[in-house]
Design a binder for this molecule. Structure first.
Ligand SMILES: Cc1cc2nc3c(=O)[nH]c(=O)nc-3n(C[C@H](O)[C@H](O)[C@H](O)COP(=O)(O)OP(=O)(O)OC[C@H]3O[C@@H](n4cnc5c(N)ncnc54)[C@H](O)[C@@H]3O)c2cc1C
Length: 396
């Protein structure tokens, strides 16, 4: 699907494409792989800085913050071209995609001065301390306690699933500062130096990342945090959590749509395979039907995304966000599962998704990783709840 844009928007696209063709990294990932979502190999830092220096890191932001004041339509074109080429902007996606915008929206001028440009220029890497053993979907139940003692908060508690914590320099951490208030009202947000005494990160292995440990349990034991590291008002952290997650979700649908398209193309490539009993896989009507259905999924995702975007441009509410997150992450999972079934147990380790710059791994590994899309930022069940209550107006 390719829409027509205004001439100035197409000029923006042409300039971006020309720059990406000349500058995007190609072989570096193979030479020095990433070890977690906060581990930034030298080439990844160089790439992010280059994007920043040329105004291509966050095009909608002003030039001093790595942008070029691009219009919303141009920002969408940017994500189209980046997703089409499978180029990520940062080796520390939570730092760039969630934490920098949160500091920009809610941080004090001093916090912005201290953290924004170093984050954007990949001088520092971040982790996001939200989830706890008994507070995931129900984030407001978090119990990690921060007590204000003089000019410092003293933090005690535990986070879990904290991506990249063992490689991160800083953590945007959600803590309970008023245990007596209703649970949404007693939460604050702190910027915590991950090298502070009393922090222990315990990375744990994942089935889908045998070579790469991203998840951590993080323990805080009397960790002292200066009061000036409080983001937003004391006990006013809940709206920040919602704003942070909205940043994460905004343009994800484009990435899903292109990922599904890539997987469909890889699946179509299996069509010439001989099947037991003679003939080709591509002659099997069930295979052709499945391929058609997955292709339609990708196109429907794009159409729904563009419709939501157009409503947003016209100042209308766009409930498509939850639909897109749910539909995109599950469509990708469906096509990857089908590919795994078609290949059968003997060939699950085959790398069928082609040469990719930022992702590696067999079809089976990609399928396992697709669960990573249906859980964070609100699980599929939570998205269904939101759609039922806020879009369809059904009772709780
Ligand atoms: C790839 C990945 C990266 C992550 N990175 C981070 C990170 O960097 N920092 C961080 O803080 N967290 C991170 N997380 C954690 C993530 O935010 C949580 O896993 C998520 O919020 C779900 O919480 P939970 O795992 O505690 O599951 P739970 O909330 O316990 O849910 C368990 C099951 O119950 C269902 N469920 C829960 N509540 C309801 C309900 N009301 N209605 C219907 N069903 C419900 C859920 O859908 C799920 O199937 C990451 C997770 C993944 C998969």
């Amino acid at each position: 699907m390719r829409l027509q844009y205004a001439p100035e928007d197409e000029r923006f696209r042409a300039e971006l494409v020309e720059w990406l063709e000349a500058n995007a990294p190609r072989d570096e990932m193979q030479r020095e792989p990433k070890l977690s979502s906060a581990h930034m190999p030298g080439w990844a830092r160089d790439w992010q800085r280059k994007l920043f220096d040329h105004g291509w890191l966050v095009p909608g932001w002003p030039p001093e913050l790595g942008g070029r004041n691009a219009t919303p339509t141009q920002q969408m074109i940017y994500f189209e071209e980046m997703s089409r080429r499978e180029i990520l902007r940062s080796a520390n996606p939570q730092g760039l995609g969630i934490i920098a915008p949160s500091i920009k929206d809610y941080g004090t001028p001093e916090q912005q001065e201290r953290f924004l440009v170093p984050t954007l220029r990949a001088d520092i890497a971040w982790c996001l301390g939200m989830s706890e053993p008994n507070a995931g979907s129900d984030l407001a139940s978090l119990r990690t306690r921060a007590e204000l003692v003089g000019d410092e908060f003293v933090v005690n508690g535990q986070k879990v699933w904290t991506s990249g914590a063992h490689h991160a320099d800083w953590c945007l951490c959600f803590v309970r500062t008023d245990p007596s208030a209703p649970k949404h009202k007693g939460i604050s947000v702190l910027l915590i130096d991950m090298r502070s005494p009393g922090i222990e990160c315990r990375p744990f292995p994942e089935l889908s990342h045998p070579e790469f440990r991203d998840f951590n349990e993080v323990f805080f034991n009397d960790v002292r945090v200066p009061r000036e590291n409080l983001v937003g008002p004391l006990n006013g952290g809940w709206p920040i959590s919602q704003g942070s997650l909205a940043h994460e979700r905004a343009m994800l649908w484009i990435t899903y749509a292109y990922d599904v398209q890539r997987a469909v193309a890889a699946l179509a490539g299996l069509g010439d395979r001989p099947v037991p009993g003679g003939g080709r896989l591509g002659d099997d009507p069930r295979f052709r039907d499945a391929l058609g259905a997955f292709y339609v999924d990708a196109q429907a995702l794009l159409a729904m995304g563009y419709r939501g975007f157009s409503k947003f441009l016209h100042g209308k509410a766009a409930p498509e966000h939850s639909l897109l997150k749910l539909y995109g992450s599950e469509a990708l999972q469906r096509v990857l599962l089908y590919g795994a079934e078609v290949l059968g147990a003997d060939e699950l380790d085959m790398d069928l998704l082609g040469p990719q710059m930022w992702r590696e791994g067999s079809w089976a590994v990609q399928y396992l990783r697709s669960f990573g899309g249906t859980i964070p930022g609100g699980t599929s069940e939570i998205q269904r709840n939101i759609i039922a209550e806020r879009v369809l107006g059904l009772p709780r």
